[in-house]
Design a protein around this ligand. Structure first.
Ligand SMILES: [Cu+2]
Length: 133
């Protein structure tokens, strides 16, 4: 083989390797669609959306949407968590200054679901509203 032909073979092999690599990785990337992030912080014995005043707000998500809810405990001296009992998701217990998260795919049908802090479920509770696309 001449030098030129050998170089072409090497280029073709590199291209093939890159192509196979892309094809192999694409399904993984597609499965991990980025989740929209919603940040809740605790204020005393309530939840608020970061930067907003409303206590225990309605958290709106779109049907089928992939969502990550990050919860940060900003209540000195209190342990909180965040759970959506009917979906069986919950953070671990969070001390002041700690944060946890839950990631989920919202149901495809509109509806309302309760969220709560399990240790203080009488005061720290609200609704996740799944709205139609
Ligand atoms: Cu709590």
């Amino acid at each position: 083989m001449t030098k030129v032909v050998r170089r072409h073979w090497r280029t073709a092999a590199v291209c093939a390797a890159v192509f196979i690599g892309i094809v192999a990785v694409l399904p993984l990337v597609a499965e991990r669609a980025p989740a929209r992030q919603i940040v809740l912080v605790t204020r005393g014995m309530t939840f608020v959306l970061e930067g907003q005043p409303e206590m225990n707000p309605i958290v709106r998500v779109t049907a089928g949407e992939r969502v990550r809810i990050v919860v940060r405990n900003e209540t000195p001296g209190m342990v909180h968590d965040f759970a959506i009992p009917s979906w069986d998701v919950a953070t671990r217990s969070l001390s002041n200054g700690q944060q946890g998260s839950v990631t989920f795919e919202a149901p495809t049908a509109p509806g309302t679901y309760e969220y709560q802090c399990r240790p203080h479920s009488e005061m720290m509770r609200g609704v996740i509203e799944v709205v139609a696309r």
